[in-house]
Design a protein around this ligand. Structure first.
Ligand code: ACM
Length: 540
């Protein structure tokens, strides 16, 4: 049961005497390492052999020379005489503590004495950004579920949790001066059931938002587990929930005002109007996030923003003339420049989906490249830091097999082996899995979508380079599934969904991988056109 996931290089001495870890085993550490002490259960008052946690700069320097993230380097040494966890920083010690936890028998109760094999485990990650995006806008997850998810991320050495806090279907945080965002935008009366032409809309209240105090607590909780919470507000599209509360921020001379957050799923035509009021609204939302979250990055959205309304609105046309914007396609870059500048003024870096590459990208942006390798290459060629989240490998809302037993299949099959094939450009800052929650209305459904695929992705993000043989991962996985089961995770069994995990009769919209690739090729056409135009301009 000692197989680690992510795989950690180990030299196990099977012949040597083992270490007995008991609830009263003392843990010796300086106060700076208290998070790791807590992660190991706090330690006890026993007088026997103990666990010692130590900071060691040299480990970090050696890892950095090898092209790894030095800060998180660690070495765990186990012998009958004691355990030593050395880390290049408190984070490195924490990663080592996580490995030590994985050396326990997954089924052993917390109060049991366990025997750990003697040996050395050591490593450092390939990438500094090893993340997950959770969509809490389509379906809200209560604070306790987010805490539990942070624990699960930490168990996999993942270090970023991006919270997708707003979308057409719901707004999930407080913004001073805009009280209706939590009174009106956080609640919808009905929700789409299923996907595709046969989907229906079913009545039923879905609501929820995080108070500022709850978010502050989550930030602290995550930090103690080596996870950075990265907030995201969607601007200037995916905005219907906000427009339901503040219709004056929309393009009021076209379409009908939203009567509430959207009850359907898909790409919504509604956008912010290109006005000073919209800019002030976006700044207020960004300020609220900066006041609560301490992450270097603040998400400003930017994906799937249709120009439909800007192309139809007389008021927008007038404003575009005043601003010197030639076409409706110049409106989103105008918003982006403004919001990026505001995030920078707050001392942070804006995080945006790769659609913003269709315009000029100002200094101070990190890109989430979701539309295949094209977006990744474009960001790299322009020297913009980029996080890989290619949908075919990391969109965990996609079905896990081609079987009709998979619940509400939307998109192409993304089996475990495909997740494990994730190959990230060495020059990327890292990668993340994206968990869109249109069809994940409960904690169990989120568990099902995430695991075990997230374990595969976590290993790829930790190791970097080319994937090791999938069979190697599969050999270690049964042990890891026992860890997940012990943590109460309702993962998808390897042989298919259990009966209660299926959704018979609820329509989906499955695609082949080829069909999805063709769709993405269409989506990135503007990006490629812009890229070619820039290259021509550079040659002149
Ligand atoms: C996205 O999947 N719309 C970023």
């Amino acid at each position: 049961h000692r197989a680690t996931v992510p795989a950690i290089a180990a030299h196990v001495d099977a012949a040597a005497a083992r270490f007995a870890w008991r609830p009263d085993t003392p843990i010796d550490a300086v106060p700076e390492l208290s998070a790791s002490v807590d992660w190991l259960g706090g330690g006890g008052q026993g007088t026997g052999q103990g666990i010692r946690l130590t900071l060691d700069d040299a480990l970090g320097a050696a890892a950095a020379r090898a092209g790894r993230v030095g800060d998180e380097a660690f070495r765990v040494t186990v012998s009958a005489d004691g355990v030593e966890i050395r880390g290049a920083s408190p984070l490195g010690v924490f990663r080592g503590a996580t490995v030590l936890r994985q050396l326990r028998d997954p089924d052993a109760p917390a109060q049991a004495e366990v025997l750990l094999p003697a040996g050395v485990w050591e490593g450092a990650p390939a990438y500094g950004w090893r993340g997950v995006m959770l969509d809490v806008a389509r379906h809200f997850r209560p604070v306790d579920d987010v805490r539990r998810l942070i624990d699960l991320l930490a168990l996999h050495h993942l270090n970023i949790l991006q919270l997708h806090l707003t979308d057409d279907q719901g707004w999930r945080f407080e913004v001073p001066g805009y009280p209706r965002l939590t009174e009106v935008s956080a609640r919808r009366e009905a929700t789409q059931r299923g996907h595709g032409p046969e989907a229906t809309v079913e009545p039923g209240v879905h609501e929820g938002f995080y108070t500022t105090d709850e978010l502050r607590d989550l930030v602290r909780y995550a930090a103690e587990r080596g996870v950075t919470l990265v907030p995201e507000v969607e601007l200037p599209g995916h905005i219907q929930a906000a427009l339901a509360a503040y219709p004056e921020l929309g393009n009021t001379d076209v379409g009908v005002p939203a009567s509430g957050p959207w009850e359907r799923f898909g790409v919504n035509a509604r956008t912010l109007a290109p006005t000073e009021a919209s800019l002030a609204f976006g700044r207020a939302a960004i300020d609220a996030l900066c006041d609560v979250f301490d992450a270097e990055w603040i998400g400003i959205g930017g994906d799937e923003v249709p120009v439909t309304e800007w192309a139809q609105s007389e008021a927008a046309a007038e404003r575009m003339r005043a601003l010197g914007l030639a076409t409706p396609h110049d409106v989103q870059p105008w918003f982006t420049a403004h919001f990026v500048a505001h995030v920078r003024a707050r001392g942070r870096t804006a995080l945006a989906w790769d659609e913003v590459l269709e315009g000029e990208v100002p200094e101070g942006v990190r890109i989430l490249a979701w539309r295949g390798p094209v977006a990744m290459r474009e960001a790299l060629s322009r020297g913009i830091p980029v996080v890989a989240c290619p949908d075919l490998e990391v969109y965990l809302d996609y079905p896990q097999s081609e079987s009709p037993e998979e619940p509400i299949r939307v998109g192409p099959p993304l089996p475990l082996a495909r997740a494990y094939s994730l190959r990230i450009e060495d020059r990327a800052v890292g990668g993340q899995a994206n968990v869109w929650s249109e069809h994940l209305p409960s904690r169990d459904r989120v568990d099902f979508a995430m695991f075990p695929r997230l374990a595969a992705i976590a290993e790829r993000l930790w190791e970097g380079g080319e994937p090791r043989p999938f069979a190697d991962f599969m050999r270690r996985l049964p042990t890891h599934l026992r860890r997940l089961a012990a943590a109460g995770v309702r993962y998808r069994p390897l042989d298919g969904p259990s009966p209660d995990q299926r959704r018979p009769g609820v329509p989906g919209k499955p695609l082949t991988v080829e069909a999805r690739e063709a769709i993405v090729a269409g989506l990135v056409e503007r990006l490629l056109d812009g890229s070619a135009a820039r290259a021509r301009a550079a040659r002149k």
